[in-house]
Design a protein around this ligand. Structure first.
Ligand code: ATP
Length: 303
């Protein structure tokens, strides 16, 4: 378990993390989402103690913190950060990298071949990494962390440069690790993927972590409670507000209007359908709010 207690990070006058307080549990997949340069890596660096916060501390499993070098060694036995592609040694093979990681974390050596097979790396893993493509290097970095097999795994842009097949393969491996009780923290811009697999997703806003479930009630529920309407006329919006004052409106920069319904009662849904059609609004769909919508709401950017 990670207990982040009042972490503040300032660089000069800029506050990148502002008094963050949050607990992450074993068996959870946590998604961190934000535009570039907002603090995702900074938070991970604090959790790894690569960066000392201006204020606050991080507790592991109740009472262990980075209060001494020997504690750091203890913590890094069960907390790992996925290596970066620039950490690879070009003159060594992928297999050698995997063996190093298995040896450093004293994990089960059988994991090496299992992981090579799961990630379809057999045809290249014995070659020097200097000959690998971007996607091959990325899979190796991921495989290294899987072989280390720590209880807490942090990954910054794990899906970088991967084709959709490999994104799915890695997602399935992550689900398996989660089922084994690992805590997985992922910073990613692949919102659809994150939305599918993460248990809790946090957006960074002005140095704070905002849980997506708190932005829109029922965000993670599949129930129909939202209508997505494209290019809705201001006059129709006004009419709708008068007729259905309980329906909340949110307009995104994507020209999409979200209508949040007070319930998903059948009668309300059919009345609303009739209302929209009568007012010549044809481009609409019932469905849940997506992470892409929330991103557009928060960051005024189209993903
Ligand atoms: N050591 C440092 N000194 C000064 N400023 C820093 C330092 N590290 C990070 N920053 C600044 O803090 C902000 C957050 O950086 P961070 O790397 O955490 O962003 P990020 O959300 O991980 O971005 P990305 O998606 O690009 O990886 C940025 O404005 C960055 O310039």
């Amino acid at each position: 378990m990670i207990d982040i207690q009042n972490i503040t990070v300032q660089f000069g006058t800029r506050t990148v993390l502002n008094d963050i307080e949050i607990k992450f549990n074993q068996g959870e997949m946590i998604g961190l989402v934000a535009p570039n340069g907002t603090g995702k890596s900074t938070l991970m660096n604090v959790i790894m103690n690569y960066l000392q916060p201006t204020k606050g501390k991080v507790l592991f499993n109740g009472n262990l913190s980075y209060s001494s070098k020997s504690n750091e060694v203890k913590i890094h036995q069960f907390v790992s950060m996925m290596p970066d592609q620039s950490d690879l040694y070009n003159h060594l093979s992928g297999r050698t990298h995997l063996k190093m990681y298995a040896a450093m974390w004293k994990s089960d050596p059988n994991l090496i071949d299992e992981t090579i097979e799961a990630l379809n790396m057999g045809h290249y893993v014995n070659k020097k990494t200097g000959t690998y493509s971007l996607g091959m290097r990325q899979r190796l970095c991921f495989a290294m962390q899987i072989v280390a097999n720590t209880d807490i795994m942090m990954m910054d842009e794990v899906m970088n440069g991967l084709d959709p097949n490999n994104v799915e393969i890695i997602s399935k491996i992550l689900l398996k690790k989660k089922a084994e009780g690992k805590m997985i923290i992922i910073a990613s811009h692949l919102l659809d993927n994150l939305e599918k697999y993460a248990d809790r997703i946090f957006l960074f806003n002005e140095g704070k972590l905002v849980n997506t479930n708190e932005i829109i009630e029922g965000f993670s529920q599949a129930k129909i409670k939202t209508i997505r309407v494209k290019n809705m006329d201001e006059s129709v919006k006004a009419l709708l507000k008068t007729k259905y004052p309980l329906i909340k409106h949110q307009t995104l920069v994507t020209e999409m209007t979200l209508l949040h319904l007070p319930s998903s009662e059948q009668q309300l849904l059919s009345d609303l359908t009739a209302f929209l059609v009568e007012n010549n609004v044809m481009d609409f769909a019932f469905g849940k709010v997506t992470l892409n919508d929330l991103y557009a709401l928060y960051y005024h950017e189209v993903v």
